[in-house]
Ligand binder design. Structure first.
Ligand code: GLU
Length: 484
């Protein structure tokens, strides 16, 4: 049997990280077993559709590296892969179900239903459709439909007995049928609801394994009744717990949590995001290794390593992963990614950005933090002379004055403004002064950068600033120290 899995998002907006994780696990599962990963767009709830969302799904999956074998824009043997383009086939199956007694047309209006719901709620009961239209003889129902009366088709859930299904993660899930409502399968606009379309399409697309959020866990027994009514074999299910922001709420764009695209735009690396997301609810067996490429994930993935409890999306951990991935990039790749961010703060004509990038690579957590890490090069920031006080370096503003007065003529005398010459000249001058290296280098770096932490030491910073600017800043800082 060929394993066939599907990712079936509704085009209601950006691809959220919980969705991306479902897509990733679905992809990994298919690839692990040498099967097919399919994309299906579930757009039958047209009121919720957001323009552009379908293209965003294609784009996000591609940028995540989750290439689908079949889907709307790649084709396949079981298309179309967009549900509204399959609209004509659902009623046929719904009517087949009606003939088998598993469903019935219903003419109750939305007002009727709302009134009944209100009445139930007033009595403190959970509303359930009372099956009144099920008693309409089918011939009469067909006459009314032919006469143009609006209708829906509802699932006829038995009133006794149990409905159940088996889930890889949650085991045997069973509910009493009398707790289930007769869901609408085909809406008045002729389009199916999710409750129906997921069953028909998973069957027609030969889906063998379904991974989806736990929000569908409680409905799955009801879907199983549909499979039984058709005499079809249901797929194997894995319902995935939600991704939480913290102990109290779900990850949600509504509260400003980033989407996959947001993270990419912020300068998180795709590989780091995928690696991190994979571990949100899954752990590899027999290893402490946390680093996995997508190919390695395919090999390591095992559905039995999935976790039933909700996972927490820890941004700090993601950032840590990202920094590790940044460090491991070949320099040229890093440089290419960092350059646009450096150019936001610095004029590439004026600075050796390649050298700066070399200094930054091991310190980069997220690319969008680069501009603020380097903007002091463009303009000397205001700073507090307290920065000159450093216990370990044994310096303070007084020592700083001496250090800068020592460094100034040395720097003025350097004609070849390279890091090596700067280093050699300054280091040669220190011993005679009786000061320690740190007592000179710390103040020098503060004097020309105004920052406690910089992407490199005094010589690297002086080199990047150039001779004129370094001396200008040094003079200004001396002035500042003397006035303090
Ligand atoms: N369209 C559903 C959603 O976006 C998919 C659920 C499923 O995978 O079956 O939540």
């Amino acid at each position: 049997m060929e394993v066939r899995t599907r990712f079936a998002p509704s085009p209601t907006g950006y691809l959220h990280l919980g969705g991306l994780r479902t897509a990733l696990y679905t992809y990994l599962f298919a690839k692990k077993y040498g099967g097919k990963f399919i994309l299906r767009i579930e757009d039958t709830d047209q009121e919720r559709e957001v323009p552009g969302a379908v293209d965003l799904i294609y784009k996000s999956l591609r940028s995540a590296g989750l290439d689908y074998d079949e889907g709307p824009d790649v084709g396949g043997d079981y298309g179309p892969y967009i549900q509204t383009q399959r609209r004509d086939l659902y009623p046929k199956y719904a009517w087949e179900l009606v003939e088998r007694g598993g469903a019935y047309p219903c003419f109750c209006t939305r007002e009727d239903i709302d009134a009944a719901r209100k009445e139930a709620e007033a009595k403190g009961e959970t509303y359930k459709y009372d099956k009144r239209c099920m008693h309409i003889p089918l011939e009469e129902a067909k006459r009314r439909i032919a006469a143009g009366e609006p209708y829906v088709i509802r699932q006829n859930v038995p009133t006794t007995g149990k409905a159940s299904f088996d889930d890889i993660l949650y085991g045997h899930v069973e509910v009493d049928c009398d707790t289930l409502d007769d869901n609408v399968l085909i809406k008045a606009d002729g389009l199916p609801t999710y409750n129906f379309a997921n069953v028909i399409d998973d069957h027609l697309m030969h889906i063998t394994h379904v991974m989806r959020g736990t929000e569908y866990l409680s409905s799955a027994p009801k879907y199983n009744l549909l499979y039984e009514a058709f005499g079809w074999t249901p797929p194997i299910y894995v319902h995935l717990p939600v991704v939480m922001k913290d102990a109290s709420r779900k990850l949600s764009k509504r509260y400003g949590d980033p989407s996959f695209e947001d993270l990419l735009e912020m300068g998180y690396l795709k590989d780091a995001i995928i690696n991190f997301i994979a571990l949100l609810g899954w752990s590899p067996k027999d290893t402490d290794n946390e680093f996995f490429t997508l190919d390695e994930l395919v090999k390591a993935f095992d559905e039995h390593g999935l976790n039933k409890s909700p996972s927490i999306f820890d941004m700090t951990k993601l950032t840590w992963f990202n920094a590790e991935y940044m460090r491991k990039l070949p320099f040229e790749t890093y440089y290419e990614k960092a350059l646009p961010w450096l150019c936001k703060a610095l004029d590439p004509e004026k600075f050796d950005l390649r050298r700066l990038a070399e200094l930054l690579q091991s310190r980069t957590e997220v690319l969008n933090r680069l501009p603020e890490m380097v903007d002091f090069l463009a303009a000397m920031p205001d700073y507090d002379v307290a920065l000159y006080t450093h216990k370990k370096m044994k310096t303070n503003p007084e020592v700083a004055v001496k250090a800068l007065e020592l460094a100034k003529p040395v720097l003025e005398g350097i004609s070849d403004w390279s890091e090596a010459s700067l280093h050699d000249a300054v280091m040669a001058a220190i011993p005679e002064s009786g000061m320690k290296n740190g007592q000179v280098l710390w103040p020098l770096r503060i004097a020309i950068t105004g920052r406690e932490s910089t992407p490199g030491g005094a010589f690297e910073m002086a080199y990047l600033l150039g001779k004129d600017e370094t001396l200008r800043r040094l003079d200004a800082s001396l002035e500042k120290l003397k006035n303090a």
